[in-house]
Ligand binder design. Structure first.
Ligand code: WQD
Length: 338
């Protein structure tokens, strides 16, 4: 069976992707340092799939240990690279930490891959590379204009991979995620942030009584109800796009492919909160606060390229996204520590 090495594989999107890879018949190797995840997530993935994962606890900044992993694990078919710091606000406050972790860590990975003749990669990028788009839905050829160190780091890593394809004929798929939410339908794995920077986990924790209220960051945007509109995508749909990307590397090798991964449908903050109230049956207290610096009014994906080139479509709607998020939250009030 083909071996896929997943960096950050015990994280939120990584663990969901490992499930889909195992279900698709791949052998999965995870490299993670648990800086933003826990080992229990790997245990749950193995229980859900009834398959084993080979695990290496390594930080990508430890190039020697990373090299040893590639030395031990022969015939790696492709790498899926999730491991990175990803909080926009935190990146503004600590840019050097973000560039060191995201760029140096990735460069170590790419160099070790090259030294071991591993030349296929699926890269976790983000809609944040588009900054404040001129038009939405956003196409892949829209202007790249990141506005924060996290987004800049993603733009730089995309460029490094594009240049590596040109020089060394790597197979590269760059996936620009919109807003991943929800959890595996089993309710056994899910998003477990130290602090919920994003809307869905925050609303979820308010519904569970862990936090008191949701602050709506501004209701004076040029949108129908004044609150920000985003393209939320079920994390299982997103995970399946990675399996399709591995297949794409086989059918269209040695090229660089870039895809937006969203649903094409946007929902406002107020719509999300209202839907969460209806599904959870919880009140969910809100207060209107000031706009969050760097936020934009609307960000939705044109997914036609991924639909066509990956033969992939998002299958889950908002109801399933929120039902699955609530099932995870309500059965795991303290995440994996529950
Ligand atoms: C969504 C909407 C907020 C919290 C970020 C990153 C992006 C990606 C996904 C990594 C916005 C509003 C939020 C709250 C609120 N991460 N909001 N109250 O900012 O679209 O995207 O996460 O790849 O790169 O930029 O997601 O969930 O933080 O915000 O009103 O407590 O909810 O203003 O309109 P965002 P988000």
């Amino acid at each position: 069976m083909k071996k896929i090495l997943v960096t950050g594989g015990s994280g939120y999107i990584g663990s969901h992707t490992c499930i889909e890879l195992l279900n698709a018949g791949f052998d999965v190797i995870v490299v993670d340092d648990f800086s933003n995840s826990v080992a229990e997530a790997i245990n749950r993935v193995e229980k859900i799939t009834n398959k084993k994962i080979t695990f290496h606890q390594v930080n990508l900044l430890d190039k020697k240990s990373l090299n040893n992993v590639f030395h031990q694990e022969e015939n790696i078919h492709a790498v899926i690279h999730f491991a990175a710091l990803k909080a926009v606000g935190e990146s503004v406050a600590h840019p050097l930490e973000y560039y060191t972790n995201n760029i140096t860590g990735s460069l170590n990975l790419f160099e070790v891959m090259k030294n071991h003749n591993v030349s296929n990669i699926v890269f976790s990028s983000s809609a944040t590379v588009y900054g404040d788009p001129e038009t939405t839905p956003i196409k892949e050829n829209a202007k790249i204009q990141a506005t924060n160190p996290y987004g800049h780091s993603k733009v730089m890593m995309e460029q490094i991979l594009i240049d590596t394809n040109i020089a060394h004929q790597w197979g590269v798929v760059i996936l620009r995620y919109f807003n991943p939410v929800g959890a595996h339908p089993s309710g056994k794995i899910g998003e477990d942030p130290e602090y919920p920077n994003n809307l869905l986990p925050f609303v979820s924790q308010v519904a569970a009584g862990i936090r008191e209220q949701v602050t709506i960051f501004g209701d004076d945007y040029q949108t129908p109800d004044g609150t920000g509109i985003r393209d939320y995508i079920h994390v299982v749909d997103l995970a399946r796009a990675h399996v399709k990307s591995i297949e794409k590397l086989n059918t269209s090798p040695k090229q660089t492919h870039i895809f937006n991964v969203g649903t094409g449908t946007g929902y406002s903050v107020k719509q999300i909160i209202e839907t969460f109230r209806r599904i959870s049956g919880k009140k969910i207290k809100t207060v209107i606060g000031p706009r969050r610096p760097g936020d934009i009014a609307e960000c939705t994906a044109d997914t036609s390229l991924a639909n066509k080139e990956l033969n992939w479509h998002a299958e889950f709607g908002l109801k399933e996204m929120i039902e699955s998020a609530w099932k995870w939250q309500s059965t795991h009030p303290n995440g994996y520590k529950s």
